[in-house]
Design a protein around this ligand. Structure first.
Ligand SMILES: [Zn+2]
Length: 68
């Protein structure tokens, strides 16, 4: 399986900072979309912060090591 397919498969938990609602999004989705909108309260979360960039990169690194 190549890396892009893996990123489409692996899901990361996203917790809303406003209402605490938990959903999952694929790593590919997080990588492509810069903003996550909570389906419950509509709050928008910036996925381009350093924290999120590091987290997403961590998933990508994990996927890359699986692939080897
Ligand atoms: Zn919310």
């Amino acid at each position: 399986m190549d890396i892009d397919n893996l990123l489409e498969t692996v899901e990361a938990k996203v917790v809303c900072g406003q209402c605490g609602n938990q959903t999952t999004r694929t790593v590919a989705w997080l990588k492509t979309n810069g903003i996550y909108e909570c389906p419950v309260c509509g709050d928008e979360m910036d996925l381009r912060t350093q924290e999120w960039t590091d987290r997403i990169q961590g998933y990508i690194d994990a996927c890359t090591s699986i692939d080897k």
